[in-house]
Design a protein. Sequence first.
Length: 460
Amino acid sequence: MSDIITHNHVKDGIDRRGFLKCMAWAGTGVLWTMTGGILKSQTLSQTSDAAGDGTTRDTVAMQQALDRCGVLGGGDVLVPPGTYLTGALALRSNTTLRLERGTTITGTPDFADYPITQVRWEGKWIRGHVGLLYAIDARHIGVVGPGKIVGNAALGGRPTAQNPLRHPALIEPIGCDDVRLEGFQAEYRLMWCIHPANCDNVAISNLVIRTTGGNGDGIDIDSCRHVRIDGCDIASGDDCIAIKSGRGSEGYTLMRTTEDVHISNCTLADSIFACIGIGSETSGGIRNVRIEKCRFVGAQTFALYIKTRVGRGAFIEDVSATDLDVSGVVGGFLRINALTSGLQDEAPVAGDQGIPALRNFRFSNVRVVDCPVLVDATAIHAAKPLDGFTLSDVTGTCRKGISLANIRGAVIRDVKVTGIEGPLLSVHNVTGRGLGGAATLPPPRLPDPVPPGQAPYELR
């Protein structure tokens, strides 16, 4: 590789064999913040041995570029047009990977090219492979388009008894602060696409995500705080966006809450489960989720699905969704199942402590087209009723109305849908306003209580 040469500006175009450009700092500022913007910088150019021909393995060359940029204080690694076949690449602090138009990073098919560490899988920390692009305990990192990132279909799937290692995600920052993912296309199959875990200050915007097959979540937010997802177009083979925080006694003991999540201006189409799923791994708690100005254009179950179970413990609170368009759903608009959703952990949270607490859910300004079910919110435990539920300003066409059970402080207002077969509202053990004329439901069947373990749970 050639010596470093200092320039005073960033060139618009770069050839493939000179793809590294590091923006070094004049002072001590960082490359970008959550609001974006480079304060003052110069450009360093360095030649790379990356071929970008789609056949040569470019892992070493690209990792060296990222490492060099990191040790020089951070900046941008600019990747010119071409197809770069790589194994896992680690992003370093203060470093952004920028993919020019016509640039594709594609993963190799060999598991050996993806190092093994502790990764999150269905709410538990287990041994598994890192993602194609990953970072661990890094700060101020980013991946920016308009290029493309494609995972290898041979890597998809779930851990098995014969191969217990978790398969690689596509992009996976773990324990990072200030993460920016912007303006690129991402494709994968049979495994999660974007999976930040234990991260703070995550900005995801203007992505086009295509995942197919079961287990193909688009974006999984896992025990993260201060997350913004805006302007994304996601068609997925499982939840388009899933919000999680750990499973069972491990997640409950760690109590790494997912909170302050804002989802806006997204178009979501699911082919297996939900457009947005909150849960079912909720043992660390989920708080302050705001969804607005989104289009749900297909879901095999419900557009919004809030899911957890007895044995998770913790809480889901302060969830709001407004200004939504819903069409093409097989199940309906909204389902809440706080009794039996998801796998029971081998070390569940016992007793009443293991019953999740639900508080303050609000849904408004919703437009539905040919919706089979408007709301199914009956799978809620009588010992811990949902405290605060509002559904207001709903219009459109729907076959079945609203079913509620075990809710305090419900408000039903200005629900004006046509095509309803049967009662608009059916309830069991519900108090609040707007409930006049409701039909009566039988009580939901409650699962058996979780008995205490033989010994107190310990992290190990």
